[in-house]
Design a protein around this ligand. Structure first.
Ligand code: SF4
Length: 104
């Protein structure tokens, strides 16, 4: 294992460790827009499980999402149960905005 994959104590970095090292330049223009009314009829809610950055959470019987921590995988659009109905409109942040990966 390369030294950059380890913490200072020599332990392997977790996904959460790596995410905390990424830098973000927030885009004030929304690049993820969710029609949360459609989410009310979505039973499996796969977006809650696929996103390593936990952009999507289910709280108080509604979908909440925070694009600020988005690492731009787009996995949510692949698994969304109602993408065909336009549940998620997703695009990359504008140039100069978004995530800057520390570990590629
Ligand atoms: S998978 Fe799509 S429709 Fe279902 S809760 Fe997530 S964003 Fe909403």
């Amino acid at each position: 294992m390369a030294a950059s994959d380890e913490s200072e104590s020599g332990e392997a970095l977790t996904v959460e460790d790596r995410l905390m090292l990424d830098l973000f330049e927030p885009d004030e223009e929304p690049f993820i827009i969710v029609d949360t009314a459609l989410c009310q009829r979505c039973v499996p809610k796969p977006c809650l499980y696929v996103c390593p950055a936990q952009v999507y959470v289910w709280e108080d019987n509604q979908l909440l999402y925070n694009p600020e921590g988005c690492i731009e995988l787009g996995a949510c659009t692949v698994v969304c149960d109602r993408i065909g109905e336009g549940a998620i409109r997703w695009d990359y942040p504008r140039g100069g905005h978004g995530v800057e990966f520390k570990y590629g």
